[in-house]
Design a protein around this ligand. Structure first.
Ligand SMILES: *Cc1c(COP(=O)(O)O)cnc(C)c1O
Length: 372
């Protein structure tokens, strides 16, 4: 998809907010613990390369991504710090992992066996850096028992150039007030630690929520994700322990303003009919930009006033009801501050009954990211 650089719809990313969020977290870590900035999914929609640059300046010592391609994007952009791919990569791609010096999660013994076959056929003797993933209750990827982990460690030791670089797990409820399940998972991770004769370079258990609300838990690296972007991982369930500054706002402009007589309909399906003569404004953003149809009725901000989306959201445009006549090209704020009013990504998420993680990831490539 081409980027709409000639259209007034823009996602504005405040790099100072990103810097503030990362630096605040780094300041709270003990001196043995490193922050790896999670910039998967194009930096949660904020732009992976740019976020990585700012995070590095703020003290990040490495990066986490979800896919091999995301890792390669960072390397191609000149990132030299450690990069960990959090998910499973096909063993067919081991040559790329080596060529780009990437670390990868390992979740099954089968993968290790196939990987050692692939490695034995390569000339290349650079280390294949592996982070053993322990599934302590997320049920997604990872070894499920201490015995399996021990077996994996042994296999890695016996199959150079495999290198055991990390051990990690992921909590499924660290962002909830009830920490019963969190403790069940941490206990399982402790049981793995107990059987291991030694530990690798990195042991890491913390995403943003774990780091914010379960500070004392072990590890020497944190995988700091949503906090970078200034968003509270719990939504509204738990208080932030330091100020997170939201980095992203979303703006556009009115491209048409008209007085529509009473009794006329707006949009596909004619689902909205004016009840009096109404000022209707059109904005160039739609579901192809990630502004989904479920947002019909959500209020956008114009001149500090709340203006509901009327009629269905189209692919590329939507209509709002204005309280009065407003000049063409007037700024419209979808997310962010406008006068005294404000919409947060959390407000959008609440409206569509989702989470801000999803809302921000959905912003499509067509929306240019502008850094200030
Ligand atoms: C995405 C992800 C993170 C980051 O989580 P946040 O809630 O954004 O901090 C950490 N670890 C793993 C395994 C992940 O997939």
């Amino acid at each position: 998809m081409v980027v709409g650089i000639h259209r007034p719809t823009q996602a504005i990313v405040n790099t100072q907010a990103i810097y503030h969020n990362v630096a605040s977290e780094v300041a709270l870590l003990d001196k043995h613990t490193e922050l790896f900035a999670v910039v998967k999914a194009n930096g949660y929609g904020h732009g992976a390369v740019k976020v990585a640059e700012v995070a590095r300046k703020a003290g990040a010592k490495g990066f986490c991504v979800a896919t091999l391609d995301e890792a390669i994007e960072l390397r191609e952009a000149g990132v030299v710090e450690p990069i960990l791919i959090l998910s499973v990569v096909s063993t067919l791609n081991i040559p790329l992992l080596l060529a780009y010096d990437l670390s990868v999660a390992v979740a099954t013994q089968e993968w290790l066996v196939t990987a050692s076959e692939v490695l034995s056929e390569l000339e290349e003797k650079k280390p294949l850096k592996l982070h053993i993933k322990v599934d302590t209750g997320m049920g997604r990827i990872g070894f499920r028992s201490p015995v399996e982990v021990l077996e994996a460690v042994q296999w890695i030791e016996d199959h150079k150039p495999m290198m055991w670089e990390g051990l990690f797990t992921h909590f499924s409820t660290a962002d909830e007030a009830d920490d019963t399940y969190y403790h069940k998972q941490s206990k399982r991770f402790d049981e793995v630690l107990e059987v291991l004769p030694q530990l690798p370079r990195y042991v890491h258990v913390s995403n943003t929520a774990t780091s914010l609300w379960h500070k004392k838990y072990k590890g020497n690296m944190v995988r700091f994700g949503i906090g970078i972007y200034g968003l509270n991982p719990s939504g509204k369930a738990l208080e932030e322990t330091y100020e997170l500054q939201p980095a992203l706002s979303l703006v556009s402009e009115l491209i048409q303003v008209k007085l529509v007589p009473k009794g006329e309909s707006i949009g596909y399906g004619a689902t909205y009919t004016t009840t009096t003569d109404e000022w209707i404004g059109t904005i160039p953003i739609g579901y192809a930009d990630g502004w989904i149809r479920k947002l019909q009725g959500f209020e956008l901000l114009v001149n500090g006033k709340r203006c509901p989306i009327v009629g269905r959201v189209c692919m590329d445009q939507l209509m709002i009801r204005l309280p009065e006549e407003v000049p063409l090209n007037t700024l419209v704020t979808l997310v962010g501050k406008n006068g005294e009013e404000q919409n947060s990504l959390q407000d959008v998420a609440d409206y569509v009954e989702s989470i801000h993680y999803e809302v921000v990831c959905l912003l499509s490539e067509r929306v240019p990211r502008i850094y200030i």
